[in-house]
Ligand binder design. Structure first.
Ligand SMILES: C[S@@+](CC[C@H](N)C(=O)[O-])C[C@H]1O[C@@H](n2cnc3c(N)ncnc32)[C@H](O)[C@@H]1O
Length: 263
């Protein structure tokens, strides 16, 4: 039996062992990668985690896997690509390679351009069962003249109604940092938090109310908080007790104060 609204303070492999097959609608997570950060010395068994994720995802379920590469010995490691290929080998579809673009990244020295983005790989078990696209207003709307060629090459004129909205592109831009990624000061005790809006946008896109969201690397609790806000059920794993405590306090502050408003 798995408890919803709970962060399991353990290796995510153990949490997934508690889950029946096809339990989870949606995963959003950022794994530790390339030992960029030490996270209190914990490691993770990537290959087995992917196997377990495939087992516990519902058909049509979606995983958003946010990852980038470290640069080691003068080369990017390629870990992100290797991980994506492993997901595909396991049976997931690489539904979309999306980009998390940082409006204000950490400046980099040396002979490389500033690192502006991370990958947001979107893996799906079969075709996604839910897609609620984020939309933006179109620049041109109202009536327009359309010109088409017929089978004999003759011109046909048609009056069409242009739509007023279109779905956004797959590059998602966010500003990050103190007071911007979240207003919760406590979250910054963790070294690598998601911007809340990123998680909010992806949960809205791939799930409906009361769907089950899982974050195997819960960190400061961003996925839990956004799931609460959007009325999704959630489950988390986080191996570090220190981070579980931070996330638990953050979620309880949210529940008490309902302080959050997304712009
Ligand atoms: C990049 S952080 C996640 C941050 C999170 N997205 C947030 O918004 O705060 C990765 C987290 O994975 C945790 N972790 C590392 N190995 C783990 C494992 N095997 N199982 C569960 N959590 C693990 C680390 O302690 C760290 O907090």
């Amino acid at each position: 039996m798995i408890e919803y609204g709970h962060i399991y303070n353990e290796d995510c492999l153990k949490t997934m062992e508690r889950m029946d097959n096809e339990t989870i609608d949606f995963v959003i997570t950022s794994p530790p990668y390339d030992n960029i950060r030490n996270y209190n010395g914990y490691t993770f068994d990537f290959e087995n985690i992917v196997t377990q994720l495939f087992r516990v995802m519902k058909k049509g379920g979606v995983i958003i896997w946010v990852v980038a590469d470290a640069t080691i010995d003068g080369s990017e490691t390629g870990t992100s690509f290797r991980q994506a290929l492993k997901f595909m080998d396991e049976g997931f579809k690489l539904h979309d390679t999306m980009i998390y673009y940082k409006n204000n990244p950490m400046p980099q020295t040396g002979n490389r351009y500033h690192q502006m983005f991370e990958y947001m790989f979107c893996f799906s078990k079969s075709s996604p069962k839910t897609f609620n696209p984020i939309k933006e207003k179109t620049k041109y709307r109202g009536l327009a003249n359309m010109k088409n060629r017929g089978t004999e090459g003759e011109l046909h004129y048609e009056r069409i109604e242009r739509t007023t909205e279109k779905k956004v592109g797959n590059v998602f831009m966010y500003s990050i940092g103190g007071g911007i990624s979240t207003k919760d000061k406590i979250a910054f005790k963790h070294p690598a938090i998601f911007p809340e809006k990123l998680v909010y946008d992806q949960i809205l896109t791939w799930t409906n109310e009361y769907d089950i969201v899982y974050d195997p690397f819960m960190g400061s609790g961003t996925t839990a908080k956004m799931s609460e806000l959007l009325h999704r059920k959630w489950i988390g794993s986080e191996i570090s007790k220190e981070y579980v405590d931070i996330a638990t306090e953050r979620i309880s502050m949210y529940k008490q104060n309902d302080l959050f408003a997304i712009s």
